[in-house]
Each structure stands twice: as C-alpha cells, then as structure tokens.
Design a protein around this ligand. Structure first.
Ligand code: WTA
Length: 647
C-alpha cells in the first residue's frame, strides 16, 4: 500500500484548480473572507445582490451567523429557471429505479421546471405558504427532488425524514416542526421489496394534529389505507394546476430546510440551513471537490433523507446545471454488481458513496466489479465515516483501476457541505485522510481536556473550526439555546465538531471518529441516548446503556447493556424481542447488534454511568479500563467482563 497518491498529469491539466491554485485561493479565502465570498456569491442568481457579506460571531453565548443578509434570491430559480435559457433539454435528473427491468427516466431541466411548478401550485392550494413546514417521507423517486424544490420555490421549509425511520420517529418530526403537510408515496421499493410508507404515515398521524394533510405520490400502486379527510393523490391534485409558478423572493437568511440529526444527548435536533449561504456552499463544493465539468454525469448514492442527498444529489448539482443521478435501489440487489452496472449504463463520471458500502462490496469480491465498463468514471468519493486504508485501496485499485482520485470528504449535517476534503488535481491523497480544508474553512486541533490550541503541525485532539463558512447551520429549530450549548459551549470561540482528529507533519487531517455519544452505524448517525430511550420504553427493561463498537462492515455496531426489571429473566426470546422493539421505535438502522444482560451498570457515586468503561468492554479492550476507583461498586465491571457478549 502506498502512503501518498499524486493526481495524474492529465487530470491536473483539466482540473478546475491545481496545487498552486489551491494554495493561493485558500490563502485569499482566509485573509479576506468578505472579499472572497462577495466574489463567490456571484455564482448565484440574486434577485437583490447582497451588499453585506459576513456577519458572524462564535463568541459564547452570543453566537450569531448571518451571510449575505440583505440579499434576496430563490433556490429553485437558481437550480432550475436560470438553466432554462442555456440548457433546457439537458437531463437534470437521471432516475434509476430499484428494479433494473423498469425503465430509467431522464428528466430535462424543462421537465423539472414544469414538475416543480405543478407541485408548488398543489402545495399552495393546500394552504402552504412562505415559512410553513412540509415533511417529506419518500422513496428515492424524482418526486422527492420535485417536492424539495417546490417548497423552496414557494418559500416553504422542507424537512425530509429518511423513509427508513419508524412512524414514531416520523411523528416526532412532524410535531417538532409543526408541519402542515406530509408528502409521501404509497409504497417504497428497495432491494425488490416494497415498504408500505403510507401505512407508516397513517400510524404517525394518529399522534399529530388532525389538520395535517397528506399528499401521496403513486409509486407502486399497492393497497393502502386511505384517510378520506386529509389525503390527496398528487396526480389528481396536479391535473388542475398550472405548470408555471413564480418563485418567491427569499431573504438569504430565510430557512431553506430543517434536517433532524442525532446528537449526544436527548432526541434528534432540527438543524436549520438557510437560503443563500447554504446554496452557494453546496454549489461551490460540488464543483471543486468533484471537479465537476459541463457534460459530466454525477452520481451520489446517498438517500435524500440525509444531508448528503440534500447537498450532493439535489442542491449542489442542480445549482451547477449538472446531470445528477438518483438511485432508488441498493448496492447488492439483484446482485453485488448493481452500482457498477448503473455506472456503465448512465456513463457516470463522478461516483460518491459511503465506506460501509465499499466494505460490503469489497467483501463480495472483485468479480462483481470486473463485469462492468467503468471507463467513464473519473473521480471517486466517500463520505460519512472514516474509511479504513484497506477499503480505500480496494476502491482505488479495483473500482478506480488506479486512475481515479478518491475524495474522502469530511463534513456533517451541520456544515452543509464539505469542510475537509482533497480537491482532485490539486491535493495528493493519503488512504484514510480527509486531507486539507476547503476554501474559507479554518480547522484547529484542541487538546480535548484543556481546550488548549495545538499550534505545532503534528497534533492530536478534538477538531474545531475557528470561523464561520456560508454553509454552516444557523440554529436548532425552535431552540437556539441548544444550538449555542451543543456546538459552542465546550470550547469557547470555536465551532466544536464532535469529532476527534490527528494532524500529520504535512498538515493533513485524519478524522478518528466521534468523541461524544454519537455513533456512526453504516454511515448513519445515531445518538446512543435515542437507542437507550427506546430500550427503556420496553416493559422488561429497567435500565440501558448503549455504546458503539468496531464492526467490520458497518464501521460501528450498536452494543447495548440492559438491566431487566425485577422478576424478568434473560432469554434469547427476550433479546430478539428487544432488538425488534428498538427497530420498531426508531427504524431498522437502529437495530442493536449486541445485547448484554447487565445486572448492574458501572456508575459513579453520584449515579452517572461511566460509558468510557462500557465502551472498552464492548471493544474487548480491558487493559485500558482506566481508573475505576470512583465507581460506586467496582465489582459490576468484573461481572460485565465475565459475561461479555460476542459482537
Ligand atoms: C462522520 C454526513 C470520517 C463524522 C455528511 C461526522 C466522517 C459525522 C467523514 C457527520 C469522513 C463524515 N471521514 N468521518 N470523510 N464524513 N464523517 O451529520 O463523525 O450524517 O461528525 O453527515 O460523520 O455525520 P452526518
């Protein structure tokens, strides 16, 4: 395995930026952010160009982030209308259905405009206006993108809920955002099986205000339970609306969307992104990180339920007038060649996926890759979790045939777009490193305990960002205080990412994973507190503590320590019941991998569970248990080690 990979000469020659260009542009971006971002803002079509560029402070507790605050624009107009003059017949979205036997769709910018306008008019007819919230709970179908853009067009705030989440999780988000409308489909085909999404919505709506309306896309035609009062078929509603709809002028700081994401404490919080800064940052990172050029076919395999789908399936690519692939299926159905078949079929030029998918496909063997013609692919990307060098090398050698740079992009729901990433043609890569900061991003490494800034190049600690960038989240929906506390209270003056990292002698960043109680399971972010609260909601459980542990495919697995109520006995049946219970409460992605019966949990005398110890036991790393003398009852640790469950 090589330590460093230089970009090929022909790639450098054609790339948007080379090594010297990166250095120069990065230096300019941090020397004078106002001037830099004023210039970059010209990428967007403004109804009223901003004169105020940056007005941000990380000073605790007065954190406030505003970009382009007197500018006006509309996101849908930027993603669609402005391309109608230059590229009306170019494909905006290639939709590849779950079943390869079903026809793919090529939706041009002209079609996109008409579809988005129709949906926007339907939403208006349902009484949705500027600032109202709309929940999307949808499969990966073009209507999901239409719905996002339709909301943006009329100034409504969308909140996409991953269709793999349970009805309880959905209800919490409908209520949390006080949404007026839920957009869903009858069923969601994935891997040859259809989930009845509408049933989940019906279940959720039992816990919501009676006024919430439900707009339903016909996808599978399967039987669904219809609520006659508040359900509307999209195709019926669209029959009587116009296919034009004037875009609503929005202030740059008006919210564009809310996306719920897990944190270390409590229930998921609604991350708020706004209009101008977010779109600019998504568009710019999409162009540079993937070296996107006109004529490319860009494929991000994420789901629109995650931020990656927002920024790199919908907003970034469409703002750039790109052709973006939307894939409804899974990597392993009908077989493990599906990704590569789709790359061949649509002549994909940039391919962007998660390490967990790479590891799973690597496990199936190279033969599944070899049957497909991948000669169109120029750039490979990864996101969501640290990529181990073995998977990186397999991706590079077997998928990229050694000629495609791999962009390992580090970022978060909160950051809107890539913060640390190589740029092809400019930054040599090292397997496992996200490399160097994007323009305008100033990472620092702090000592985790003291908060002291590490000034030497080689350093290890927690990763923070020193100053704002336009794509940064602005607040937590309905709880600005929580925003300030979560990200700015621990290390004053900085945005705290929640990740640990190492910086090497070349100034490259290596993300080591979360340092808080967030775990990353198959690239899906989850709070251990959410799993715990699902477990204790079961009548047999008196107490539960959940930690992550290393998992070969998923990156991290979910390890649960469960204390039962008096009178309840451990059994394999109960274990399976609890696993299914969590699955039902949160969704299949949260199903525990391991449940260990724990007669007692290691607690301090003040009653605080010492997770550090539980993590070490789950990792099978007893030598490093550290100081257990502050425990109220140190003997529980011996018991947990003796009865460790196998992961
Ligand atoms: C992790 C996904 C290592 C990290 C865009 C972060 C990564 C969390 C990488 C955010 C990467 C994301 N290398 N770790 N390239 N990208 N992460 O909000 O722990 O779903 O804090 O956003 O994923 O997850 P989220």
């Amino acid at each position: 395995m090589k330590d460093i990979y230089e970009p090929a000469a022909d790639l450098i020659a054609n790339a948007h930026i080379d090594a010297a260009g990166y250095k120069e542009k990065y230096a300019a971006s941090v020397a004078d952010p106002e001037a830099f971002w004023a210039e970059e803002a010209k990428r967007l079509d403004w109804i009223k160009a901003p004169t105020k560029i940056k007005n941000t402070t990380f000073a605790y507790p007065d954190v406030s982030i505003k970009w382009f605050e007197d500018g006006e624009l509309n996101v849908a107009a930027n993603c669609i209308d402005r391309h109608l003059e230059t590229r009306p017949d170019q494909t905006a979205i290639i939709w590849e259905p779950d079943d390869p036997q079903e026809d793919a769709q090529h939706i041009t910018y002209r079609d996109l405009h008409a579809n988005v306008c129709r949906m926007a008019n339907v939403l208006k007819d349902l009484g949705v206006g500027k600032g109202d919230r709309v929940i999307l709970y949808m499969p990966m179908i073009p209507q999901a993108a239409y719905a996002m853009l339709a909301c943006a067009r009329i100034g409504a705030i969308h909140s996409v809920v991953f269709a793999g989440f349970s009805s309880d999780a959905l209800a919490n988000r409908i209520n949390g955002s006080q949404a007026k409308v839920v957009i869903t489909s009858d069923g969601a085909p994935r891997g040859g099986k259809a989930t009845n999404l509408k049933d989940n919505v019906n279940q959720a709506l039992l816990h919501c205000d009676d006024s919430v309306q439900c707009l339903v896309v016909k996808r599978t035609g399967q039987q669904i339970a219809w609520r006659s009062e508040n359900d509307i078929w999209l195709h019926e509603a669209e029959a009587s609306v116009a296919d034009t709809c004037a875009p609503e002028p929005m202030n740059a700081e008006d919210p564009l969307f809310i996306l719920y994401t897990s944190g270390s404490t409590g229930m998921p919080k609604g991350v708020v992104h706004t209009t101008g800064g977010y779109l600019l940052y998504a568009a710019m990172t999409h162009q540079y990180t993937f070296d996107y050029h006109d004529g490319d076919v860009f494929w991000c395999t994420a789901d629109v339920g995650w931020v990656t789908g927002h920024s790199y399936i919908v907003y970034g690519p469409l703002a750039n007038g790109a052709t973006t692939v939307m894939f409804e299926g899974v990597p392993t159905w009908p077989d493990a060649s599906r990704f590569w078949q789709v790359c061949e079929k649509h002549k994909v030029t940039q391919f962007y996926t998660a390490p967990t998918a790479i590891r799973a496909l690597m496990g199936k063997g190279a033969k599944w890759v070899e049957g497909s013609d991948l000669s169109s692919v120029r750039i490979l990307g990864t996101v969501g979790e640290p990529i181990n060098p073995e998977a990186w090398t397999w991706y590079n050698d077997v998928v990229g045939k050694g000629k495609c740079p791999i962009v390992d992009t580090w970022w978060q729901t909160e950051t809107g777009g890539h913060l640390i990433t190589p740029l092809p043609g400019a930054i040599p890569t090292k397997p496992g490193s996200a490399t160097v900061p994007f323009f305008g991003v100033q990472p620092e490494v702090l000592d985790a305990a003291t908060g002291e800034i590490q000034t030497q190049t080689e350093a290890e600690g927690v990763l923070v960002i020193k100053d704002s960038w336009p794509g940064q989240m602005r607040t937590v929906w309905g709880d600005h205080n929580r925003f300030v506390k979560t990200y700015f209270a621990d290390y004053k003056g900085y945005y705290f990412s929640g990740d640990g990292c190492r910086r090497d002698a070349d100034g490259y960043y290596w993300i080591t994973g979360r340092v808080d109680d967030v775990i990353n399971v198959s690239g899906h972010r989850m709070g251990t507190a959410e799993v715990e609260s699902a477990l204790v909601a079961h009548s047999a459980v008196s107490e539960a503590a959940v930690v992550g542990f290393p998992h070969e495919i998923k990156g991290q697995g979910i390890y649960c320590y469960v204390t039962l109520m008096d009178g309840r006995e451990p059994s394999d049946e109960l274990r399976a019941e609890l696993q299914n219970h969590v699955r039902a409460e949160i969704g299949p992605i949260a199903k525990p991998d391991v449940i260990q019966w724990a007669p007692g949990l290691p607690k301090t005398r003040s009653g605080k569970i010492m997770r550090r110890i539980l993590r070490k036991i789950a990792e099978n790393d007893y030598g490093a248990l550290g100081d257990t003398s502050t425990l109220a009852d140190p003997s529980v640790v011996d018991d947990l080690i003796a009865n460790r469950a196998d992961g």
